[in-house]
Design a protein around this ligand. Structure first.
Ligand code: G6P
Length: 610
């Protein structure tokens, strides 16, 4: 949460910083700000409450010729969204941006106030500013002062600093939250995410926790918090500048929904070799001792958690492994039964979600082996892992996750299949059946995408609803949760997902003509039972949108509206196709209600607080 960005070089940096922050805005959009050094090496600063658009009008106040600066886009933790709490925070000798949370800030603030410091904001970051100022006054050596500062801070703190007395350099510090340094030609940059760097460079260096760097236009030096020089190479960034653009779509979410057939197609070519065999070597299992594994814990948050709930059907049925799927935010605060026979699978698009990171570390400390399924290279969670699979979906920027979800379901299914074959040598789904199912998925997703205008027309009938229920059975129960989550997060309609069989145990009391129900009813092994559940709803005047299988006239007959998609030949993988209309429906519901699809209120994409 929060995006930081910095530039030092020979180009005017005002717009570079602003455009970079645009790329990071998914990380938080409560307020934003930019600080640069002017010609006389004086800090010049603008800030605005709200999204970056609010800051744009103030950019003119910054000196246009400035070539060194830092910027920030905020997701509020300490202190409400307000201009005074927006970063950068500055005094005459320091401007600072911060991503993270200083856990001991109250104690530090009390000490600083006792020493006469007057605070202007309610943030934890301002504590860092004044503390660094004190360290610099006492130590008079920037490097040593930063080390001393870092040792006094507890929590997560990725910092960007400009210091007018060193006008040729920016400093960055990393602890907890991500920090990438981009190497340009006669210029260097830093950012929370490479998405902000790809317009300028394809080379990045990723700082590790406990490290800091001094960056000038032609040099980057890295040390750890003990002052030891770190020698690390820049790596090639695979994301292109084009991949972080909307490419003609009105929103990133819509673009990412439409990318799903190519994302799945790319995944299938990674998982299936030329001879039509599943390439289990692509699963990243080499570092995992499978003979030890007796149980699986999938740890994740949000949409990633729901993908794990679907994948459980595969881990249990294919690999025969007891599988616990758990919200990462709950896992480490109970006494979960996890030990050296456990395989923990951390599923995370960003690889940075704090709850997933901390619960993974906890499981590791109990002896579990850790496997990470993620979309972002060099992430904090992937660094904890013994086995890693990068999904390679390209950047997902819309806050509501779509393409990462379908890829998570696919890769976890392949992982379950791979573990099953490696552990027992046999698996209930034949390799040839899996391969033919996988190969047809992209076309079937395209067919589902082709229903966009029909789904929009259905959304036009329902967009003024205040509530929605989503129901499904089997792997379509978690998919009902995902449909409801998508709807509530971007359209702000109250929505709940339920197992169809649970309706009669409570939620059926809610049903009347004002409670539309999205019923997921593919022609799978639960089909007849699901149809009876739909009949129970319509008998009580509930309006039903059925999402089923192509050619299903029976479903069409009993529902008010119907969306039919192609069938997957493997039941659990059906969710990869069925989710598409759910995503499109929530997109148009949000659009028709006039909400901010890509940046829904109060949310952020990469949640690095607990
Ligand atoms: C946030 C995002 C969700 C995402 C969840 C987990 O809440 O808004 O879209 O599913 O975090 O994120 P991760 O990066 O760990 O998959």
């Amino acid at each position: 949460m929060c995006g930081v960005m910095g530039y030092v070089g020979d180009r005017a940096c005002r717009d570079i910083l602003f455009n970079g922050l645009k790329r990071l805005e998914y990380r938080g959009y409560d307020s934003a700000g930019i600080a640069v050094l002017d010609r006389d090496n004086v800090i010049s600063l603008v800030k605005a409450k709200g999204k970056l658009d609010a800051l744009q009008g103030k950019l003119e106040q910054l000196p246009s010729e400035a070539t060194i600066g830092i910027g920030h886009t905020r997701w509020a933790t300490h202190g409400k969204p307000a201009t005074k709490n927006a970063h950068p925070h500055a005094i005459e000798s320091i401007a600072i941006v911060h991503n993270g949370i200083i856990e001991n800030y109250t104690d530090l603030k009390t000490g600083l106030e006792a020493g006469g410091v007057a605070f202007k904001s309610d943030t934890d970051t301002e504590v860092v500013l004044h503390l660094l100022s004190r360290e610099l006054e006492e130590i008079k050596d920037t490097k040593k002062a930063i080390i001393s500062l870092a040792k006094k801070l507890k929590g997560a703190f990725s910092l960007g600093l400009i210091l007018p007395f060193e006008p040729e350099a920016v400093y960055v510090v990393k602890q907890g939250s991500p920090m990438a340094i981009g190497k340009g030609n006669g210029e260097n940059l830093f950012a929370s995410d490479v998405a902000a760097l790809v317009d300028h460079t394809k080379k990045a260096l990723f700082l590790e926790d406990g490290e800091f760097a001094r960056i000038t236009s032609d040099d980057v030096r890295v040390w750890d918090f003990n002052g030891k020089v770190i020698d690390r190479d820049f790596t090639e960034i695979e994301w292109s500048a084009e991949s972080v653009e909307k490419r003609g779509y009105a929103h990133y979410m819509l673009k990412e929904i439409h990318e799903q057939s190519s994302v799945i197609s790319k995944a299938v070519s990674k998982l299936v070799d030329e001879s039509g065999k599943i390439n289990t070597d692509a699963l990243g299992l080499e570092g995992i001792e499978l003979s030890r594994v007796k149980n699986i814990h999938i740890l994740a948050c949000g949409t990633a958690f729901i993908s794990g709930m679907i994948a459980r059907y595969a881990f249990e049925s294919l690999a025969g492994m007891p599988t616990n799927v758990e919200l990462a935010s709950e896992f480490r605060y109970r006494k979960p039964v996890v030990d050296d026979t456990s395989l923990v699978i951390a599923v995370t698009q960003s690889g940075e979600t704090m709850d997933t990171l901390e619960s993974t570390k906890y499981a590791k400390s109990c002896g579990a082996q850790v496997y990470c399924l993620s979309n972002v290279p060099y992430s904090s969670i992937s660094r904890e892992a013994d086995g890693l699979l990068l999904m390679d979906c390209g950047p997902e920027i819309g806050v509501a996750s779509t393409k990462a979800f379908t890829a998570m379901v696919l890769y976890q299914y392949a992982l379950a299949w791979g573990i099953a074959t490696r552990v027992s040598g046999k698996v209930s789904v034949a390799e040839s059946d899996l391969v033919s199912c996988l190969r047809t998925l992209p076309t079937k997703i395209d067919i589902a995408l082709g229903q966009e205008s029909k789904i929009r027309a259905i959304a036009e009938k329902y967009f003024e609803s205040h509530n929605f229920l989503y129901v499904g059975r089997g792997a379509h129960f978690p998919l009902a949760l995902e449909g409801a989550l998508k709807l509530k997060e971007i359209s702000y309609i109250h929505a709940e997902g339920y197992a169809s069989g649970e309706l009669k145990h409570g939620p059926i009391a809610l049903i009347d003509k004002d409670m539309p129900i999205m019923a997921l009813a593919p022609k799978d092994s639960y089909y007849e039972k699901t149809l009876s559940n739909i009949e129970q709803i319509t008998a009580r005047n509930g309006r039903v949108i059925g999402v089923g299988t192509e050619g299903d006239n029976k479903l069409a007959d009993i529902c008010d509206d119907v969306i039919l998609v192609p069938a997957a030949t493997i039941e659990v993988l059906q969710s990869i196709i069925t989710v598409v209309p759910l995503q499109i429906f929530s997109y148009y519901m949000a659009l028709l209600r006039g909400t901010d699809v890509d940046q829904p209120r109060n949310l952020a994409k990469s949640v690095t607080v607990e």
